[in-house]
Design a binder for this molecule. Structure first.
Ligand code: PMV
Length: 389
């Protein structure tokens, strides 16, 4: 990866110098761990600035899904290996497992090993360039939620991977807090844009912004947003209407976004929308957060569906479930709203006081429509930071 920001290059050079001075030393078998939450965007990132490396067209903002996490362990291979084995590809396992305790790293099962996909291999090699070529990594990564269930595993997956490598290199000893945060969120961003919103060290990062910057040498910044205490009562679940893999990957979808006639209008309106949203989060203006989030999901899907070629991530049930949910919510005056990611599964966010109503809605919907819907509840473990393991 050649096109990395100047400040990140400087930090990579700092790692190289620490290595040359034998301050950071990696031995065969050294380990690093991290766990990172997923997130659901309320203001979406869809489309990148042309000719730039992973710079979004607009600022985005997400709610942290602390209960839906990726757990990653990296183990160093190499250094004392003979030359032919020094280029061992990064092995990567990614299997679903639900862990009830935090000793997750002891319970790894190694039954679904596979070589890392080329993109991840290249990404790891870029981060580990100060140790090139003799270090390879064995990566074990697990989600506590099923893949392809409407929760972005790339966000938590890349953030946890970057965190585990930081832990392996013990960067917390050699970097300032600000440098470490920058290193984590920039590498996570380069892996997958939405991952930068899962990479914060700061505890209680309930809402996270990935913001475009003006008049700055840095093009974007990732930061925890100030929020009203009442948002701590916000609960989250996903109604799974289809758990198959998406047909158009988000990296391909970002490339198609500009072909939609609505894209320019959407991007132009973003700064205003973003400002309204941050104010509403600060003031606990529930109605505005609800309105902007729902409008934003429609807006992103409108761009997706009107590109050339169109990318339709929805199915026939989505509109039915959303309209029934809105009818029920309005009839019972519930503080609740919905959003969608790049898929047909519906994320519902609601205040804890309405939990029984939400359960009733789902129960009634299934009964009336004679249809079973899988529901994933975000248990909000409040683990806090990406080194929370
Ligand atoms: O991080 P990526 O490249 O997978 O893109 C994420 C895009 C959405 O999940 C659809 C929206 C978002 O902002 O998370």
């Amino acid at each position: 990866m050649t096109d990395i920001p100047h400040k990140l290059k400087t930090l990579q050079e700092k790692i190289l110098s620490l290595r040359k001075n034998n301050i950071i030393e990696l031995q065969h078998g050294d380990e690093g761990y991290a766990s990172a939450p997923s997130n659901i965007a309320l203001i979406k990132y869809w489309g990148k600035q042309e000719g730039k490396n992973q710079i979004p067209a607009n600022s985005s903002l997400s709610f942290t899904l602390d209960g839906f996490r990726s757990y990653t362990k990296v183990t160093t291979l190499g250094r004392f290996f003979p030359v032919e084995e020094q280029n061992t590809p990064h092995k990567f396992t990614n299997q679903f497992a639900l862990y009830s305790d935090l000793n997750v790293f002891r319970s790894f099962k190694k039954n679904s090993e596979k070589p890392a996909p080329e993109k991840i291999n290249h990404f790891i090699n870029s981060i580990l360039s100060p140790f090139a070529p003799e270090i390879a990594l064995y990566v074990e990564s697990h989600n506590n939620f099923p893949t392809a269930c409407g929760i972005a595993s790339s966000a938590s997956g890349y953030a946890a991977l970057v965190g585990a490598i930081a832990n392996l290199l013990q960067l917390e000893k050699y970097f300032t807090q600000e440098e470490l945060q920058y290193w984590l969120s920039e590498w996570a961003r380069l892996g997958s844009g939405s991952a930068t919103r899962s990479s914060l060290l700061q505890k209680n990062s309930l809402f996270v912004a990935w913001r475009l910057r003006e008049n700055s040498s840095e093009e974007t910044t990732t930061e925890s947003l100030q929020y009203h205490e009442n948002w701590k009562q916000l609960k989250h679940c996903v109604l799974i209407l289809d758990d198959s893999e998406k047909s158009v990957s988000s990296s391909h979808g970002h490339k198609l976004a500009h072909t939609s006639p609505f894209y320019g209008v959407r991007v132009a309106g973003m700064p205003f929308k973003y400002d309204r949203m941050t104010k509403a989060i600060k003031e606990f203006d529930f109605e505005s957060v609800k309105h902007i989030t729902e409008e934003e999901a429609f807006s992103m899907h409108a761009v997706m569906q009107t590109g050339t070629p169109p990318a339709c991530y929805l199915n026939s049930q989505v509109a039915v479930v959303i309209s029934k949910f809105i009818q029920y919510r309005d009839a019972h005056h519930l503080k609740a709203f919905w959003t969608l990611d790049a898929g047909p599964n519906i994320h519902i966010l609601y205040l804890a006081e309405h939990e029984a109503f939400m359960e009733q809605f789902i129960f009634d919907y299934q009964k009336i429509n004679n249809q079973e819907i899988k529901i994933l509840h975000n248990k909000l473990e409040k683990l806090g930071t990406i080194f929370a393991y």
